[in-house]
Design a binder for this molecule. Structure first.
Ligand code: SF4
Ligand code: MG
Length: 319
């Protein structure tokens, strides 16, 4: 079957006075219907930039300079402004990292959800409020909260309101960029659990972006690992967890204490991601890799496959 979303060789550059800096460098992935694709990597790996490019939300100096984004047969990069306006939110919605703090403090929750609906679909106020009430129920908030203001809700509830708004038009795909990072671990788990239930019930797909790989292992269908603007490994969640191939993925897994239990040693990955103005030649991970070989510093590694859904880009796999 055709994937819902297909991203091919996506490239995003920041036009700086010193010249273009490539933040997303030939990223490819697919998302099937009802799938959760987890996109993980350290901050600065290009995950948020790539996600925003899918909805063409980037503003100068960031520019999409190559690739293809095909959503359900539609070429997103070729859409004009009117097509984009109709596409956003109804086909693909976006929950931003800081969205729960971006709710309007002087409007009630009900008014905000209703406004958001009416901005896209003309309907009477009473009808929009009814829809708002059912959306709140959907995310587990009692509709008596329609008249509450953001400051009267907990962080977890505010984040649920944001998710309700993102689901208002039944989009087939919801992009979530670190949607639970600001919340404590228990609330994070509750919200992920609830998103999973909603996804199973309503059948939408999710692109879930996080720096916390441990969250993804339970929650995702497949996972793509991004390093310095490139995908270094893609696999099903269980394969990535049980049989990671790329040294960077192995490092990320060993630096996630919740995966190894409370007594697990926090190994981490030494060093930090490269300065993208001058990425290292060869494999971009070479300055931090414990298994680096001489040719890693000069030659770019190629993609190796380990079964139909598992790719890794590393010289160690070369025959
Ligand atoms: Fe490490 Fe070389 Fe593989 Fe890069 S290509 S991850 S430096 S072994
Ligand atoms: Mg980010």
């Amino acid at each position: 079957a055709q994937p819902l979303l297909s991203v091919r060789d996506l490239r995003v550059e920041y036009m700086t006075p010193a010249g273009p800096v490539c933040a997303v460098d030939g990223v490819s992935f697919e998302i099937g219907r009802g799938e959760v694709l987890g996109l993980a990597g350290e901050s600065g790996s290009g995950k948020s930039t790539a996600a925003q490019a899918l909805l063409r939300l980037l503003r100068p100096p960031a520019m999409i300079t190559g690739g293809e984004v095909i959503f359900d047969g539609q070429d997103v990069l070729a859409m004009d402004n009117e097509q984009l306006r109709q596409f956003r939110w109804s086909k693909m919605s976006f929950v931003f990292q800081s969205a729960m703090n971006a709710l309007n403090p002087i409007l009630s929750i009900g008014e905000q959800i209703a406004d958001a609906i009416q901005a896209h679909v003309p309907m009477k106020q009473a009808q929009a409020m009814e829809k708002a009430a059912s959306l709140l129920n959907l995310v587990g908030i009692d509709s008596s909260r329609l008249s509450s203001y953001p400051h009267q809700l907990s962080g977890g509830m505010r984040q649920r309101v944001v998710i309700a708004i993102a689901l208002a038009l039944d989009p087939p795909l919801m992009i979530m960029d670190e949607p639970t990072t600001a919340l404590d671990v228990v609330v994070q788990k509750e919200i992920l659990q609830q998103i999973t239930e909603l996804k199973n019930k309503l059948g939408f797909s999710i692109l879930f972006i996080t720096h916390d790989l441990s969250l993804l292992v339970e929650f995702s269908t497949r996972i793509a690992i991004l390093y310095a603007g490139r995908v270094v490994e893609t696999a099903t969640a269980s394969e990535l967890f049980h049989s990671p191939k790329h040294p960077y993925t192995k490092g990320l897994l060993s630096s996630a204490p919740s995966l190894r239990g409370p007594r697990g040693k926090l190994v981490g990955i030494p060093g930090s991601p490269p300065d993208m103005r001058v990425p290292p030649p060869g494999c971009r991970f070479n300055p931090r890799c414990s298994q680096v070989m001489a040719h890693c510093r000069t030659e770019e590694p190629k993609v190796s496959t380990f079964g139909p859904h598992h790719l890794s880009v590393c010289h160690l796999h070369a025959p």
